[in-house]
Ligand binder design. Sequence first.
Ligand code: PAF
Length: 282
Amino acid sequence: MILFEKVADLQQYLSEYYTSDATIGFVPTMGALHEGHLSLVQQAVERNDISVCSIFVNPTQFDDKADLERYPRTLAEDMDLLRSVGNRLIFSPTVEEMYPPGLDTASGVDFGDMATHMEGAHRSGHFEGVAQVVKRLVDIVQPDHMYMGQKDYQQQALMRHMMRELDYKTEVVTCPIIREADGLAMSSRNRHLTPEERENAGQINKVLARLKENAKTLSLTEVHAQALRELENIPGATPDYLEIVDALTLKRLNNFEDAESVVACTTVRIGKVRLLDNMILR
Ligand code: PAF
């Protein structure tokens, strides 16, 4: 396994892949890896000739400085995990390497209404930061396939939109949410939950599962109101939002019939932790 810190070194290593038919798989991460990340890396390894995993805690996507400082940094453990799933190349640059003075790294992509609700309404500038770092990483790695998790539903939809807008060859592959035994979506932030908060957090996914079941017989307005009440009733929990949207355009829906595919997305605060989850309804 090789750890690259410099853009030029990684690109030199990859140059023979750029000029051949070989495919490059890429998994962008901020480290603190768990099974959810490893499932993405496994796909990248299995389905491409070479795979790159980036580990970079991107300062431009944090609106809260304390959150950035608290973000776990566990490079040695991450490298062991990546080795265990056969990932050969790691890219872990410094902030200066990613954003050298004088280089315009803004994505320049207009996400319109796709980015202003859900996470966009609660984390000012977050998606501009994600778009900036993902574009920069894709420009560096030049992957054929980029693997992202369904857990960050809005993020993967925006990155899919960005690749189309920029006319990049990179295909975004969205991989299913990996869950703990009680249904809690795996996240690097789960480690900040107290044991009691952790127990209550397991209920979020159960609420979404009931919402999906109820959607077979009730209207969108009814299932939304009921699920929101249930999220509010989880001890210690405050939902930031629960939205039922078109799975492709992320437009809010009034009726299930208004879109071909529908997803329910929520973020619930428990203690100091924001927990994201979603469920494809059809
Ligand atoms: O989902 C994440 O971990 C980050 O938003 C990403 C895509 C690695 C960009 O920093």
